[in-house]
Design a protein around this ligand. Structure first.
Ligand SMILES: [Zn+2]
Length: 102
């Protein structure tokens, strides 16, 4: 399928730079569980992969010009979580406990 390449203005939340990205280098993801949308691109300044929520009306614009992926989200992502985020210390402690069992 030939897709028209359209320049899209995006901004990176890692380095705060704005850029024009060809639509074919972006990705749109559709969560098949709740039909929410996200888009992703790789920042040309810091090389980070930026992933942001995509509003419905923007999805309608990007969908025909951007590769789109329909995702089955693992059930764990839909669980409600509480407590503080996992820290590096938590990961190190988990690693220590797992290897002490070996
Ligand atoms: Zn960046």
């Amino acid at each position: 399928m030939n897709r028209t390449v359209t320049p899209v203005a995006v901004s990176c939340h890692f380095c705060n730079e704005s850029q024009i990205t060809p639509s074919e280098t972006m990705s749109v993801m559709v969560n098949k569980t709740d039909y929410t949308f996200t888009y992703a691109f790789t920042c040309i300044y810091c090389d980070e992969v930026v992933c942001k929520p995509l509003h419905d009306h923007c999805y309608q614009i990007l969908r025909p010009i951007t590769p789109t992926y329909y995702l089955d989200v693992p059930a764990e992502m839909l669980e409600e979580h509480s407590g503080p985020p996992i820290s590096h210390d938590d990961v190190l402690e988990f690693h220590r406990q797992v290897w002490s069992l070996a």
